[in-house]
Design a protein around this ligand. Structure first.
Ligand code: ATP
Ligand code: MG
Length: 435
């Protein structure tokens, strides 16, 4: 391991024999991008989760590239690229469904005259390019500031990230208070990585969360929506939920629910939320589709359920009461998290569908089965049965009913002589949660 240093930085270089990253663990598209930049004479490194996760023996979610080529130079090299971002200009290079994000090395915020800060120190816009050293120090956590240099396959560690990886510690680069003020979303990222990697947040970074959580109020609801989804679809939603509550951050995301949770909540509802998160985590691990609608339906259910009961006592019947309650709760929720309407609509459908699972007679079950959001509604209902909010027998009844219908359907769909299939009347059913 060789070392170089400047005033603030101590660089550790791990050459290719000193680390475990092999090109087989990197996606072909990311390698293509790295090689082409390198060939054109630019510096090209894999950075962030792509390096961190491979070093931890995990499969990275995506691959990010950092380079000294400017966004326009990247754009010129890749036909399949487009420039995005207002706060930071980045190139997205698309290969089928995979997108490789390429960012130009950035200069240090505080030194940069082109960086626009808000009154409270938040970075609003900056596009000043810098050196790789500066780029490293601007990143959030030490373990996210590791670079895999495609030119010689070495790993560059500017912030003792390797040490923190070994100690399973999330440490912010620089003063936590300053870093949270620059971008309060880093607190949510701390929680997400702590849950995902099972790391502990270094003490000063953890303590500073309590003092700065309120800064999340200034984050646009659309950005919070993106972050909340990353948290709850990380495969570690339950742990992240517990950490968000532990660090008093949950209330800045779900104010009404936080209030409910702090005021004599129903035990079964608490179990329900946890069970829904366990279910989502299992689905992510099994690579099954997960839907934002399901997460919001699960988290907001205690509030919707409570409000619907109130509305029913005002002589509104069950299903409209659930619809109205759902609309009211979402109306407040979207002030903090911008849930797209298509998902809030599905969440409302899931809620309003719940009473219909108690009806197993006549044509009703078949009608419910044909509902476009049936699978999500059924999952939701069965999670309720797991915690005692509905009965196992009913959940089992619906499981059997679906199997029977599928059998009938496959019988009906067997090719007849001449290969003619009868026309299907049912709309194709969405896969669970994916709806
Ligand atoms: P994952 O992709 O698994 O969520 P990641 O670490 O790659 O994790 P990204 O959001 O893809 O996270 O960001 C890539 C890298 O960009 C990070 O590793 C980090 O170095 C840097 N980064 C992202 N967001 C911030 C931020 N808010 N502040 C500072 N650096 C950031
Ligand atoms: Mg990433």
């Amino acid at each position: 391991m060789s070392q170089g240093s400047s005033e603030q930085i101590e660089l550790n270089v791990l050459d290719r024999s000193e680390h475990s990253i092999s090109r087989q663990q990197i996606s072909e598209s990311a390698l293509k991008v790295l090689y082409r930049l390198d060939k054109a004479g630019y510096r090209a490194c894999l950075v962030g989760g792509g390096v961190r996760d491979v070093l931890l023996g995990k499969q990275p979610k995506d691959f990010d590239v950092a380079t000294d080529a400017t966004p326009d130079e990247v754009r010129a090299l890749f036909k399949n690229s487009r420039l995005i971002g207002r706060r930071f200009r980045l190139a997205h290079i698309r290969f089928g469904r995979e997108v490789i994000e390429v960012a130009t090395f950035r200069s240090l915020a505080a030194d940069s005259s082109k960086t626009e800060l808000s009154k409270d120190g938040r970075i609003l816009r900056d596009n000043t390019f810098g050196s790789i050293e500066e780029d490293a120090l601007r990143r959030d956590f030490t373990i996210n500031a590791l670079y895999y240099d495609i030119h010689d396959f070495s790993v560059l560690d500017y912030a003792q990230g390797i040490e923190d990886l070994k100690n399973s510690t999330l440490k912010l680069i620089g003063d936590p208070a300053v870093r949270y003020k620059e971008d309060p979303v880093r607190m949510l990222r701390a929680v997400r990585f702590a849950a995902k990697l099972d790391f502990s947040i270094e003490q000063s970074a953890a303590r500073a969360i309590y003092d700065h959580g309120r800064l999340l109020r200034d984050i646009p609801p659309a950005r919070l929506y993106d972050e909340v989804l990353k948290i709850f679809h990380s495969g570690h939603a339950l742990r992240a939920y517990q950490l968000l509550r532990h660090f008093d951050l949950f209330g800045y995301l779900f104010p009404a629910l936080e209030k409910y949770l702090n005021s004599d909540p129903s035990e079964v509802m608490l179990d329900f939320i946890e069970q829904a998160l366990v279910n989502t985590d299992e689905r992510v691990r099994q690579d099954k589709p997960v839907s934002p609608a399901f997460i919001f339906a699960a988290l907001l259910w205690p509030l919707v359920h409570q409000r619907a009961i109130q509305l029913q006592s005002e002589q509104i019947s069950t299903i409209p009461a659930l619809h109205n309650a759902g609309s009211e709760i979402f109306q407040r929720q979207v002030q903090t998290i911008a849930v797209p309407r298509r998902f809030s609509q599905i969440a409302k459908n899931i809620w309003a569908m719940q009473p219909r699972f108690s009806n197993t007679r006549g044509k009703q079950p078949l009608r419910l089965l044909n509902h476009p959001n049936f699978r999500a509604g059924y999952d939701f209902f069965c999670i309720q049965s797991m915690v005692g909010l509905s009965t196992h027998q009913l959940c089992q009844w619906w499981t059997r009913f679906q199997q029977e219908q599928q059998q009938n359907e496959s019988k009906d769909n067997k090719p007849r002589r001449g290969g003619h299939r009868p026309r299907r009347h049912r709309r194709p059913r969405n896969r669970s949660q994916a709806s």
